[in-house]
Design a protein around this ligand. Structure first.
Ligand code: FAD
Length: 354
């Protein structure tokens, strides 16, 4: 049986960054992930991620994943008028529209070339040993001194260890893709009575459009192209950016903010969405995955060196990110007051999270 320093469950951005860092410090590291079977929503990475990617030596890897430059946001929020936030005025510069499959793959390849092993398997049962963990997958078994939960919102390790997850107001994204030949490289966000729409160009001449709404509305739109298109046609601005046809069938996914409670303990911790997940309005998820992947791995490395007190600063990092996020997201939702009687907006008139 193989014995390792760290098993990282989940090979998304957070897991890949954590695994790579630990391997670079000389640890024996295994990534466990069956590889993405669900197509990911194309997503935007803010320019603020540039210094972090540069410090990690990953800016070139990002370029190889062929992102499309995102030069700004257009938004109709708090009023019907369409306004623009130009990233050229941002100290960090332009952001990127990502092809998530390529981006995630580029980060995984960077981890593998640093010596990380990868089992393309789903995590099976696992149990505590005197000095670490025994983890099983369908065909293999391994021992590791530490486990990092990087399994995204599922937080499979944490949940099985009994750590609860506190969720903010329920938010579901109902999204579809289409071919689209627009040259506008900006993201568009438009608030409507039932929630808010998001539209972004993707590499490869495609675009993604999503309505973020409450579960009851999402249940009526998921899998029903005519109803979803009917809602899209009711938008004032977004519909004119979405002349595309041949939309994929609308899918739904959880997009609520949430946080793991007691997400860090002796011998394991959580990074990325497994620790903290964000409402996509914040555009914070990927940056957080990269940052906490790094900070969590640094804490684990120090613990492996006999400094378990290194976990406390990581806990503080998570707390301060969460506090800043709650302040920011509350501020944004309070700026939209046009539909005070609509359930979606009523639910957000109070605080979004604690
Ligand atoms: C609708 C929507 C829109 C978004 N838009 C943006 C955006 O524009 N910008 C932005 O920055 N963020 C955005 N996000 C957030 C972003 O997608 C996440 O923050 C990011 O993917 C988190 O990365 P992660 O590595 O923590 O988790 P993930 O990317 O979710 O990776 C988790 C990995 O764990 C694996 N896994 C799960 N269960 C198991 C198991 N049992 N065994 C082994 N492996 C397992 C999965 O296969 C997956 O590869 C959005 C999210 C949503 C829902």
């Amino acid at each position: 049986m193989t014995a390792l320093d760290v098993a990282v469950v989940g090979a998304g951005p957070a897991g890949a960054i954590a695994a790579r860092y630990l391997a670079q410090q000389g640890c024996r590291v295994l990534l466990i992930d069956p590889a993405p079977d669900v197509p990911r929503i194309g997503e935007s990475l803010p320019g603020a991620a540039r210094p972090l990617l540069r410090d990690l030596g990953l800016l070139n890897h990002l370029q190889h994943s062929l992102p499309q430059v995102c030069i700004g946001n257009q938004f109709a929020w708090g009023g019907a008028q369409l306004r623009t936030h130009d990233f050229m005025l941002d100290p960090h510069g332009a952001g990127w529209h990502l092809d998530r499959a390529r981006f995630d793959d580029a980060l995984r390849q960077a981890a593998l070339s640093s010596g990380v092993m990868w089992w393309r398997e789903r995590l099976g049962p696992f149990s505590r040993l005197a000095n670490g963990w025994q983890l099983q997958c369908a065909h293999k078994s391994v021992q590791a001194r530490w486990v990092i939960d990087a399994s995204g919102r599922a937080s499979v390790v944490a949940r099985r260890l009994g750590a609860g997850r506190a969720r903010d107001q329920a938010l579901i994204a109902v999204y579809a893709w289409s071919l689209c030949d627009s040259r506008d490289q900006r993201t568009l966000i438009e608030a409507v009575d039932k929630g808010w729409w998001y539209q972004a160009q993707l590499p490869g001449g495609r675009c993604v459009v999503a309505l973020h709404t409450c579960p009851a509305e999402a249940a009526m739109l998921q899998g029903c192209r005519p109803s979803w298109l009917e809602q899209l046609a009711r938008t004032q601005h977004l519909r004119s950016f979405c002349q595309a046809d041949q939309w994929s069938l609308p899918r739904a996914c959880d997009a609520s903010g949430s946080q793991l409670q007691h997400g860090l303990s002796d011998g394991w911790l959580a990074v990325g969405d497994a620790a903290l997940a964000f409402d996509p309005l914040s555009s914070q998820g990927l940056f957080n995955a990269l940052y906490t992947g790094l900070r969590g791995a640094q804490a684990v490395h120090q613990a492996l060196q006999g400094q378990p007190q290194a976990l406390a600063p990581y806990r503080l990092v998570l707390q301060s990110i969460r506090q800043a996020y709650v302040r920011q997201i509350d501020y944004h939702y309070r700026r939209e007051q046009r539909w005070p009687r609509e359930p979606f907006w009523q639910a957000r008139n109070g605080r979004v999270g604690q």
